[in-house]
Design a protein around this ligand. Sequence first.
Ligand code: CUK
Ligand code: CUA
Length: 766
Amino acid sequence: MRKHFIKALACSAALSIGVTAAGSVFAQDTLEDVMKARGLTQKDVLAAAKTYVPTGGRDEFIAVSSGGQSGQIFLYGIPSMRILKYIGVFTPEPWQGYGFDDESKAVLHAGNLINDNRITFGDTHHPAISETNGEYDGEYVFINDKANPRLAVIDMKDFETKQIVINPIMSSEHGGAFVSPNTDYIIEATQYPAPLNRKYTPLSKFNEEYRGAVTYWKFNREKGRIDVDASFSLELPPYSQDLSDFGKGPSDGWTLTNSFCSERYVGGIEKGRPPFEAGCSQKDTDFVHMINWKRAIEIVKEGKAEKINGHNVIMMKTAIKEGILFLIPEPKSPHGVDVSPDGKFFIVSGKLDTHASVYSFEKIFKLIKDKDYAGRDPYGIPILDLKKSLHLQLSVGLGPLHTQYDSKPCTVYTSIYVDSQVTKWDYCKGKVLDTINIHYNIGHLMTMEGDSVKPKGKYLVALNKLAIDRFNPVGPLHPQNHQLIDISGDKMQLLYDMPVPLGEPHYAVAIKADKLKPKVRYKLGWNSRKDRKSKYRTRPGREKVVRKDGVVHVYGTLIRSHITPEIIEVEEGETVSIHMTNVERAQDETHGFAIYGHNVNLSVEPGKTASATFKVKNPGVYPYYCTEFCSALHLEMEGILLVRPKGMKATKIKFQEGQVYTEADFKKQVKTNIATQGVIDSVVKFITERNYKDFPTVVGLVEDAVEQLGFAAESKKKAEDFAAKKDWQNATLWAQQWFQYQVKTADMGLRAKTYLEQNGAKKVTK
Ligand code: CUK
Ligand code: CUA
């Protein structure tokens, strides 16, 4: 192993001299050969070239997608469609320790106790990225849970879930999460009506006591958390509210929420009544609700809201009296409501119709100003006239659902569910420009930053509900299918199919990758879920065990390749609280921490402190170890939790040494170390002779390498001290430890060197 390593180092050092980009031995195939062998057409190769991101390369956009019933979200790159990460949101995620360490359990448990049940799934629908002046700013992601009305906050600095808030009045929701142009509020709207006080109410009182609602969650940007007490809701009729959007520019201050089943039908197929789907499709139109939310904030401040379940709710009668709530008819069973980038129009589709309807805010505002109403609904809410509100309607295909905007003016894309296609059209003039077939049954679709004030165009992703025959069969439950489409030209071109293996990903949003500025590491001893220093943070050398208030607190550290402490001894029945701090500074040096039989599984990224508190019920021997293959001696990153039977005395530990070392062993190890130092020196020379300070990545690696070299020096000193006392056993063991730190130093040095070679570093002459 060691010899191997030294050889590799030496080789690499030699290679750096002169040999660059030699003619590849792999290049004997021509493009034609490969096309023939794999049966690829010119079109395939062109599509491949448009999506391929070379090894080590980066994507231009990052998509944040709902993970459907998994209760997660996931990230992938565009155009490569490479999945980057799954993020635990409403459900535990073991890799990230989410729902396993005390810190993340606090987040998850604050938002999953509903009806006295711990909810362990989520039906995530619509992610939203925070905005500043209507543009994506890459700071936060919000996502809703349709099944158990909740909203989660994810910080894009570390892509961790920071908060889950439970909706205080809804029993079903759908129209969230969508953000106001400066992310001061996030909207969440009901789906299926229910009494807002959550009391049993017979269906005979449906019209009088069942209700819909919209909740405006107040977001505190400085804290990065939703302020529950400053949030409020507005009572709505028991129509099934659907999707929502915020106005912007000239329509800033208003929100839209559409609906279906304004028939207020209650079903009852088992009693011989026509089913929901028939009863809810009787009328030719349903309603989009238009709400003046900026005025609503004032109304709450004026004390005109009522408390339901301790939460401020503006009742319908107040909203009508104050003139902040209006209804506009929309064609049969509408879906999707999408405000244009300039905020002058919004587009609604009719699922049972072929039309997309473009509404004009200018016309609507005039109708409101003139009190020009077409009538009132049974609750007294003013209804505006459909025709007078419309800019135009266009037949775009059967079953239109959602609309996304292009960077090109007046250009939009609408998903067509029944016909399984995307229609590109001009919403200013009302003209179809192009259609493309997708596979199969598209729901949402996403253009790059396509619901912001500045869409970026280029790509469109069709989020398809079914995959049917597009992938290798894997049983009756098929993956879903995200299809990448090139929209840069006049004609749409299908490029790539990506199977999605974790749930129905209703909606996704994509942001320009260079807007994201994620962390590399945490400040040492960080509680990442609370965004502050952990009171359990521990520095190397300060590890300790403290018994306090009946709890055994273990303050430990993790660094390649050891866990401190390596032995934890407690008594049966005690409560143990293990706090692990990863004291690495190196990029990507995450350590895990898992213990046999106690459901303890931490992910401790560099700088993080994570804790696991549990009761040891049974005496026994419980090995623990690091779960990330973090270094050559990762398997040795281990320890033992000893649980003594009650009343048994602790015995002094006498260790069995595996091998007895001699002076010769010590000298041999020192010789190896000196040779290794030579290689490190040559790498250091290579780096310092280059303009490495111009490369922040390399500067970071060098910092980490210097730190490891410091540890090497400490071990060297210990080895020499023991050698002076002729304690060859300890001297050799410390010399081996010294070598371990050298290996880590060299590893980072080589990574830095490779980076410089690949990124055109220049030689500097002094
Ligand atoms: S909904 Cu329209 S297809 Cu939940 Cu946004 Cu799924
Ligand atoms: Cu740390 Cu393996």
